[in-house]
Design a protein around this ligand. Structure first.
Ligand code: G3P
Length: 214
């Protein structure tokens, strides 16, 4: 399973990349706004740190506007993936972009029906938001199971990119279900390493070793 980081923060991207396990980056308008930097310049920095798919989201909601933004963003670097919202105009744009071999990541997916549309339009990635579904008392991971099954049934090439991840269990469940990618906030990547028994065990090994006085 591929690991992406879900942030536009350069320090977090650098730190996560230093572990050697980072395959890509996803951003969204809220994450970019938090950094208060020029979007294009920020993307220029990110592509230098991570050699993998970097999702950059459009903010237009009409077909022509989405395409215009997509072509501009795609020019920045070969690894830029155009993130497009799951609306009618967005799906139309995804179809056109995929015909031109420009990769897309369809975002704000909350149902299996929506995921089916994105795959038929030729999206490279679908981003179902599991945490936001959990927030409204709907099982987000159940949606991942449905999408993985549907895509396998028809051999769709669209990769299932689990988004809106809130904790390590989302990641483990996604891996069990066979999702292609998890995009995680920095704190979730950090939490994947942790186990109290590892800390206790290491402390004991080191203190026993000290007693040997070697
Ligand atoms: O980038 C899309 C998604 O991962 C957002 O997550 O935590 O804002 O629901 P969240």
């Amino acid at each position: 399973m591929k690991f992406f980081i879900d942030t536009a923060n350069i320090d977090q991207i650098k730190e996560a990349a230093s572990y050697g396990l980072l395959d890509g980056v996803t951003t969204n308008p809220s994450l970019v706004a938090k950094e208060g930097k020029n979007f294009r310049e920020l993307l220029g920095e990110i592509v230098k740190i991570v050699d993998g798919p970097i999702s950059a989201e459009v903010v237009s909601t009409d077909y022509e506007g989405i395409l215009k933004e997509a072509y501009e963003l795609a020019k920045i670097h070969k690894n830029i993936v155009i993130k497009v919202p799951l609306i009618k105009e967005g799906i139309k744009a995804v179809k056109t972009l995929s015909e031109k071999e420009i990769k897309t990541n369809v975002t704000l997916c909350f149902s299996a029906a929506q995921a089916l549309l994105a795959a038929k339009a030729g999206a490279a990635y679908i981003s179902p938001f599991v945490g936001r579904l959990d927030d409204v008392s709907t099982n987000g991971m159940e949606l991942i199971k449905q999408i993985v099954t549907i895509y396998r049934n028809y051999n769709f090439k669209t990769e299932v990119l689990v988004a809106s991840i809130r904790h390590p269990l989302h990641v483990v469940d996604a891996a069990i279900m066979g999702a292609d990618v998890c995009t995680m906030p920095f704190d979730v990547i950090e939490k994947l390493f942790n186990h109290p028994l590892t800390d206790i065990g290491l402390e004991k090994f080191l203190s026993d070793w000290k007693k040997l006085n070697q």
